[in-house]
Design a protein around this ligand. Structure first.
Ligand code: SF4
Ligand code: SF4
Length: 283
């Protein structure tokens, strides 16, 4: 079986520095690559678009960033909308919009369910991130986004599909909009940071009239009387459970410390992550 390109994007590593976005601009603005792409206009296009998602509320808030680009789908909706062979799927998995054949085909832009295609008004062509195929064909072993990223968010792999499936399972990778069955070749690691909620809290204990952080207390997350997960408070008495589905209803947290007693709290999880406050241990 032939080896094909795939891209793994680790959301946890992205700091929103936008180097990948700028590297793509640097590569394509004012530069034409015959057979691959017309020049990118100097405004309005985000072939690599950094999406932002905030979770939680004070005192537990975090922001995450997810680079989104063409997924190089194996069953690409854009190809079905394209006429005259304007979009091709190469044998190495890369989807390329032909800059000549696609002229005037603005309808291709709306055919992408990921919003990854941009209309170039000046050149009258639809455009997207084409996996730096012009560089790979020239002997590069990685894309410019990968080269430009200081935190190793991107990992491009040219492997057989069976091997990619093994890696996806092993590393718990996910694709965007799997329900479309468009079979993207861009995989995301730590997608839960964009799609699920966490619940956090703090535990304290009274020591001679002074409120101290309760480190090392056992914390259990319960639902309908059943244990879902278990953790321990850290040095600051904080705990956290992640990967909970939004709008999933009622939960209960039970805290126990052999030396300091117990505490518990019930809460409802809406679509937002939450900090359930400070729980005071008592005998
Ligand atoms: S992400 Fe959009 S542009 Fe890219 S292959 Fe899939 S449908 Fe086509
Ligand atoms: S270069 Fe890397 S860290 Fe910076 S925005 Fe892009 S993916 Fe994120």
């Amino acid at each position: 079986m032939a080896k094909k390109w795939n891209m793994i994007v680790d959301i946890e590593r992205c700091d929103n520095c936008r180097n990948c976005f700028l590297a793509t601009k640097d590569e394509h603005i004012g530069n034409e690559f015959p057979g691959y792409s017309a020049p990118q206009p100097d405004r309005g296009h985000s072939w690599v678009d950094i999406k932002r998602h905030e979770r939680g509320a004070w005192p537990a808030v975090e922001a995450h960033f997810m680079p989104v680009m063409c997924n190089h789908c194996d069953d690409a909706p854009c190809m079905k909308a394209a006429k005259d062979g304007a979009i091709t799927k190469r044998s190495d998995g890369i989807v390329v919009i032909d800059p000549v054949k696609s002229k005037g085909q603005k309808e291709i832009v709306d055919a992408c369910p990921y919003g990854a295609i941009y209309w170039n008004e000046e050149e009258q062509v639809p455009q997207s991130w084409f996996f730096d195929a012009h560089l790979l064909d020239g002997g590069w072993d990685k894309t410019r986004v990968e080269q430009a990223c200081p935190t190793n968010v991107f990992r491009s792999l040219k492997v057989e599909d069976k091997e990619m499936q093994r890696i996806a399972e092993e590393e718990d990778l996910e694709v965007l909009k799997p329900e479309l069955d468009s079979r993207p070749r861009v995989y995301y690691k730590n997608m839960h940071l964009m799609t699920t909620c966490f619940v956090a809290g703090s535990v304290v204990v009274d020591v001679d009239g002074v409120e101290e952080c309760a480190a090392g207390a056992e914390v259990v997350l319960m639902r309908d009387g059943r244990e879902l997960a278990r953790t321990q408070t850290d040095t600051f008495g904080d705990f956290r459970f992640d990967k909970l589905a939004g709008n999933s209803g009622g939960y209960r947290v039970e805290v126990n410390s052999e030396s300091s007693g117990s505490a518990s709290a019930a809460f409802d999880l809406t679509e937002e992550s939450l900090h359930i406050g400070v729980l005071a241990l008592s005998a």
